[in-house]
Ligand binder design. Structure first.
Ligand code: ADP
Ligand code: ZN
Length: 729
């Protein structure tokens, strides 16, 4: 592949504009590298793109325009371009959308952003005050180093105007300096912990995988609290020693405060953070510094996979089974699978860490594609919680209460002993349904096929599909009856109300993502709870993810049957994972923990395997079932959702596609549907679903492109294709 183009050479440029092809240009004055970020003319506009390679030709040479300028950022590496192409081909995503994922840095085309910094000058202030003396003292202590206005004023305990006064006299110098600075170096040997024998064996395997500098994937499986994090930080250390960059993906980035502290304790400084909660300035700094090799370690949400690493040697996917790795960002990709793809191109190691791996990863390990490294026991005195079921059929609770007498007694014992309990219910809000007792209507969203969920904390009804909300009405919107609206079923807010009534002396805290304005508030609340600010925690699945509550010794699952309803292929797998994760929150320190699952079907095979803890048997049974049905990971699926405002037209399109299935039949794939999607209307648009099922080795993407390419979408009709769908909504 050619890597440098002389001035005026014919080159092709990929832009983020919705054109499904490369555009030809002439290289700018001074030439440009393949991969360079450039500004090019497109019609009357200037747009940003990446030099993809030699021009394709075939256009009138005199009409080909020249690149305007090369941007002041590191060129995109060939490996990254290949990754974007392969990822686009796998997910059937056009390249312009792929490039958008890889350029999510604000101000990419801008000159480097500058900021004012301050340090000791040489002038004499006309008049000395105590405040001025303090500023000069701080400057002296800093030696030649500079601070921002805010930092200097805060360190001296003065207002910024005092510093500005000193600048006038030249006693303090004000200078311009680039805002984006390198991240402090991480020391791989800074705070290494003594590992247990098991942990050391595991760490040695990861270090060896790292040392090879060849692509390899490891499934790091260990019960919660076994020290997986400690172990994979050793792989990070080895990666840093090799001078390569490391990326750690975490599912619930709002909870990373604890993780950041651990990284700092291990490597002596904080890593770069990449997630949607970061400010524009932070994001720009991360993107640029990663691209210059001046950020050695990034912890991030799934989109961090598309950062312009210069020398990436390790990708850790923590809680690899987590469903949030597969979500629609405009592009539908599974970050876990794409991490493996990126690493295989790079010659890097992937570590998939989980207490409850996904069936896909488990099957890949069984097939020998991934190495398996296992931690069998919890670290230190911590032991796994005792698990038991509470048979709700014999508990005889009124329909407006959800905490059984058995669970209540267990919570009471913890409250008396000064230990924490967690009541887990995976439902946000106050009540999932609001019913009119006069006419029987349930309040639904005007735009979606979904019921509105009452959020008493917000004093509103909220649609969890489209986010629309409205005040809770006084009278029924259907029949007008007053004071007849009643909440049905529990959400965490309602459960908190019940808990407050049952345990009047206990401090109760609700942890649900919607109750906190900012990620920071949520983080602070979690830390306060971990330190003992609550006796009883009421939480949604937010609490299942990776945070340590050392005082927690009891987990009560309010409705263990919740996830087993519905027809989702992964219902059993999900329930198994979630229940084991939640239960794993208990007893992570010295005191042993107990997990109690309230269920109406204690004999259900999934509930039994959760209790029995025979994971291998559970996975084996799940795998056999999926294999027999030709379902993933033994077969492949693609989900097609068609949508539009006119239901008839959407169905017509679906039927047309289903009838013209020759490209799919040629590869032995089957089409199911069209059928209304489980959520049949969102934001006023009707949704119709088709499901394609193929054998594992069938060339599915090519066939799908050909099949979908047979139709042109008219008017407001839309089609989205989801390869390897995780759930069927
Ligand atoms: P996991 O990621 O498997 O849930 P962690 O790595 O979070 O487990 O470990 C659980 C707890 O035990 C953490 O507080 C961690 O700091 C501690 N821990 C684990 N291994 C060690 C060790 N070798 N030395 C000191 N503390 C450890
Ligand atoms: Zn809605």
């Amino acid at each position: 592949m050619q890597s440098f183009f002389e001035e005026n050479a014919l080159i092709s440029v990929q832009t983020t504009q919705p054109l499904d092809r490369l555009l030809d240009y002439r290289a700018p004055e001074g030439g440009c590298h393949a991969g360079a970020f450039v500004e090019v003319p497109l019609g009357p506009r200037k747009v940003i793109g990446v030099v993809w390679g030699t021009g394709q030709g075939g256009f009138d040479p005199s009409k080909i325009r020249q690149v305007i300028r090369v941007l002041d950022v590191s060129p995109m590496r060939a490996e990254m371009r290949l990754f974007l192409e392969r990822c686009g081909a796998y997910t059937l995503t056009p390249m312009n959308a792929m490039l958008r994922l890889a350029t999510r840095a604000p101000g990419l085309g801008d000159p480097p952003s500058m900021q004012k910094i301050y340090r000791l000058g040489e002038g004499e202030p006309s008049r000395m005050t105590e405040a001025r003396t303090r500023v000069l003292d701080v400057c002296r202590e800093m030696g030649g180093l500079s601070l921002t206005l805010k930092e200097l004023a805060e360190a001296a305990g003065v207002t910024p105007s005092v510093v500005k006064g000193l600048v006038k006299s030249g006693a303090v110098w004000e200078e311009n300096s680039p805002r984006d600075t390198a991240y402090p170096p991480l020391d791989p040997d800074y705070g290494a912990k003594d590992l247990t024998e098991d942990q050391e064996t595991a760490a040695a395997q990861l270090r060896a995988g790292q040392a090879s500098q060849q692509y390899n994937t490891v499934l790091l499986k260990g019960v919660t609290g076994s020290g997986k994090t400690e172990v994979y930080l050793e792989a990070v250390a080895e990666c840093l020693r090799q001078g390569r960059q490391a990326l750690v993906l975490l599912p619930e980035i709002a909870l990373t405060a604890e993780f950041l502290t651990r990284v700092e304790a291990r490597f002596g400084a904080k890593p770069a953070e990449w997630h949607s909660g970061a400010t524009m300035t932070e994001r720009r700094r991360v993107w640029r510094m990663v691209g210059q090799g001046q950020a050695q370690m990034v912890i991030g949400a799934r989109s961090a996979l598309f950062l312009p690493f210069q020398n990436l040697g390790l990708i850790v996917v923590d809680e690899e089974h987590d469903t949030s790795y597969k979500q629609d960002d405009g592009v539908s990709y599974n970050a876990r699978d794409m991490a493996v793809l990126r690493a295989s191109i790079l010659g890097a190691q992937v570590v998939l860490a989980s207490a409850t791996p996904s069936l896909e990863s488990w099957a890949n390990a069984e097939a020998g594609k991934y190495r398996r490294v296992i931690l069998e026991s919890r670290y230190g005195p911590a032991v796994l919680p005792d698990m038991m079921t509470i048979d709700m059929r014999s508990e005889d609770l009124p329909s407006t209460r959800w905490i059984s007498a058995t669970l209540r007694a267990a919570v009471n014992r913890r409250v008396v002993a000064g230990e924490q309990s967690l009541l887990f219910l995976n439902r946000r809000g106050y009540a999932p349904v609001t019913l009119c007792r006069a006419c029987g209507q349930q309040i639904a969203c005007d735009h979606c096929d979904a019921r509105m969920v009452e959020h008493r904390f917000l004093k509103r009804l909220v649609c969890h599909q489209c986010g629309e909300s409205k005040p809770v009405p006084d009278s029924c919107p259907s029949c007008g009856a007053e004071d007849k609206l009643a909440p049905v079923g529990p959400g965490v807010e309602r459960l908190a109300e019940e808990a407050q009534a049952q345990f009047p002396d206990a401090k109760i805290a609700v942890l649900s993502s919607d109750l906190y304005g900012t990620a920071r508030e949520l983080k602070e609340q979690i830390e306060a709870i971990a330190a003992g600010a609550a006796d009883i925690i009421i939480g949604t699945q937010l609490v299942a993810k990776g945070h340590n509550f050392p005082l927690l010794t009891l987990v009560g699952v309010i409705d263990a049957d919740l996830g087993l309803q519905g027809s989702d292929l992964r219902a059993a797998e999900r329930t198994f994972q979630l229940m084991r994760q939640v239960a794993g929150r208990a007893g992570r320190a010295e005191k042993p923990g107990t997990a109690m699952l309230q269920t109406f079907q204690p004999e259900h095979p999934v509930i039994r395997s959760i209790l029995g803890g025979d994971e291998v048997a559970f996975w084996q049974a799940e795998m056999d079932e999926r294999r027999a049905a030709g379902m993933p990971p033994f077969g492949r699926l693609a989900g097609i959702v068609l949508s539009g405002e006119d239901l008839g037209k959407v169905f017509d399109l679906g039927n047309h596609l289903a009838r013209n299935d020759a490209p799919l039949r040629r590869i032995g794939a089957q089409v199911f549907g069209p059928a209304p999607a489980p959520i049949a209307r969102v934001r006023g648009r009707h949704r119709v679903r088709l499901l394609i099922k193929a054998e594992k080795t069938a060339p599915l993407q090519a066939a799908l492109s050909e099949w979908a390419g047979q139709v042109t979408l008219k008017g407001d009709l839309r089609m989205s294709i989801d390869i390897d769908p995780q759930s069927f909504f």
